[in-house]
Design a protein around this ligand. Structure first.
Ligand code: LAC
Ligand code: ZN
Length: 466
């Protein structure tokens, strides 16, 4: 549905609300807001607004509602499903100026932040007070807590500490018509009505604009050790993953990289890892409050790996060595992006089925004549499948890709999995949603959207068409 254009009267009113310096309409100024990290997709908004306060966000939303102009909220712009792309033009609402850490409560162990706070900045601020905010998406140096809430971001530590949703207790949310609601509380238990907080977490900016976030915090575990384990086969690596958890160990990360993932990261970083030619590697981290216990767990996991036929276990006890290993792991995503046009799938399956997923993906890609690089969070079954275009012509790419993705997601769902673990549906995964959801489930989701955003103006065409 076409909307009325953002005319000069509207722009003038937006300038009134935010201040002239924080409303952009020139192409160069808007360029950084026209894309996120998703492929090479580019969609220009008609205007970019950068509010500073909740009241300004409310005024923007009221205006947009009245004029029926679409609004796309944006955090750090590091999303991988196109959630922050202003695909219908309209207003791009960036929270990049809402960067206050409002409070860190060391007694109740909760923190209150604005949505534009960079995740790593928050982590460092709470760590300075001996506290810990675990969710650690690969982009934590540039993503924001607002974006993390919108997408329910994950990351390696989700294996032990859960995803963003598990740390969010209360939100201030500006509704599509400009009303402000405060959901949840700073209480650990709360069944006072529906859990609106968790409805907004992971709703990808389609139901409301989050302007304040209350997170739980925990005491920072002081001890941390890391292992890199090379395996001759994918099966042996993934069997170890299942066994680690079955025996009651709780690694704070249990990351999987297949040979090609290691290869591209090693190439990009110009830094080698032991046995880079092994079929699969696990990067395992153990943290805790007792140095001996951390060490015992680490060595027991290492032994377990050797019993399952690991080639070698490399222990990284010093922070410098640990960082080197993590740098390789964190570089995989960017490395893939730098070598070819690609399409990223974010499948998640029950942990014990990762091996079936990996073997299935290998068979499907072979059949379709395409190449995929797989890596990800084996500890929680979440694997990133990066399909590369490489030397394929546009025609071959467009011809082979949809069929292959459909097959991969059908396999994922047949294993009891879902089509996104942490990157969201957004814009790019929308066509595949019916593979994972029943018609009735999808219809209920659309009813919620319709109830909260009756004009379909907030982050339109994300998750499903609106
Ligand atoms: C990662 C991002 C892509 O795990 O989710 O590296
Ligand atoms: Zn990831």
């Amino acid at each position: 549905v076409p909307h009325p254009p953002v005319d000069s009267v509207t722009v003038a009113e937006l300038r009134q609300i935010c201040g002239a310096d924080f409303v952009l309409t020139d192409r160069d100024g808007m360029q950084p807001f026209a894309h996120d990290f998703t492929e090479d997709l580019l969609y220009f908004p008609e205007v970019v607004v950068r509010p500073r306060t909740t009241a300004e966000v409310q005024a923007i939303m009221r205006l947009a509602y009245e004029r029926e102009i679409p609004v796309t909220p944006r955090g750090g712009g590091t999303g991988l499903s196109g959630g922050a792309l202003p695909v219908r033009g309209g207003i791009l609402l960036s929270v990049d100026r809402m960067t206050s850490i409002i409070s860190i409560d060391t007694e109740n162990m909760m923190g209150v932040v604005e949505p534009g706070v960079i995740t790593q900045v928050y982590q460092e601020a709470v760590e300075a007070q001996g506290l810990f905010y675990p969710p650690d998406p690969a982009s934590r140096g540039s993503c924001t807590l607002g974006g993390n809430v919108a997408e329910c971001a994950g990351g390696p530590r989700a294996a032990k500490y859960g995803v963003t949703r598990d740390w969010i207790y209360a939100l201030d949310v500006v509704m599509p018509d400009g009303r402000l609601i405060r959901t949840g509380s700073q209480c650990l238990k709360d069944v006072t009505g529906y859990n609106l907080t968790q409805l907004f977490v992971g709703s990808e900016g389609t139901l409301g604009v989050v302007t304040q976030i209350t997170t739980r915090l925990m005491t920072l575990p002081p001890f941390r050790q890391t292992l890199l384990v090379a395996f001759p086969t994918m099966e042996s690596a993934l069997a170890v993953v299942v066994e680690i958890f079955r025996r009651g160990y709780q690694p704070s990360a249990c990351e999987f990289m297949e040979r090609d993932a290691i290869a591209v990261a090693v190439e990009r970083k110009g830094q080698d890892v032991p046995h880079a030619d092994a079929e699969a590697q696990l990067l395992i981290e153990v943290d805790g409050f007792d140095a001996d216990l951390v060490e015992t767990q680490l060595f027991t996991i290492g032994e377990l790996a050797m019993e399952h036929g690991a080639i070698e276990v490399t222990v990284a006890q010093e922070p410098g060595k640990q960082k080197q290993l993590w740098d390789i792991r964190r570089a995989v995503g960017e490395a893939v992006k730098s070598i070819s046009i690609y399409k990223e799938e974010d499948a998640v399956v029950p942990r014990k089925h990762i091996v079936s997923l990996m073997r299935g993906v290998a068979a499907i890609t072979r059949e379709h004549g395409i190449h995929a690089i797989c890596y990800g969070h084996a500890g929680d079954g979440n694997i990133h499948i990066n399909i590369l275009k490489k030397e394929m012509t546009d025609e071959e790419w467009n011809d082979r890709l949809p069929g292959a993705i459909n097959r991969i997601f059908e396999l994922t769902c047949s294993l009891g999995g879902r089509i996104s673990g942490e990157h969201g549906i957004g814009f790019t995964q929308r066509p595949y949603l019916p593979i994972a959801l029943s018609g009735d489930e999808l219809a209920v989701m659309k009813q919620i959207k319709q109830a909260l955003d009756p004009k379909g103006l907030l982050n339109p065409d994300k998750i499903f068409l609106s």
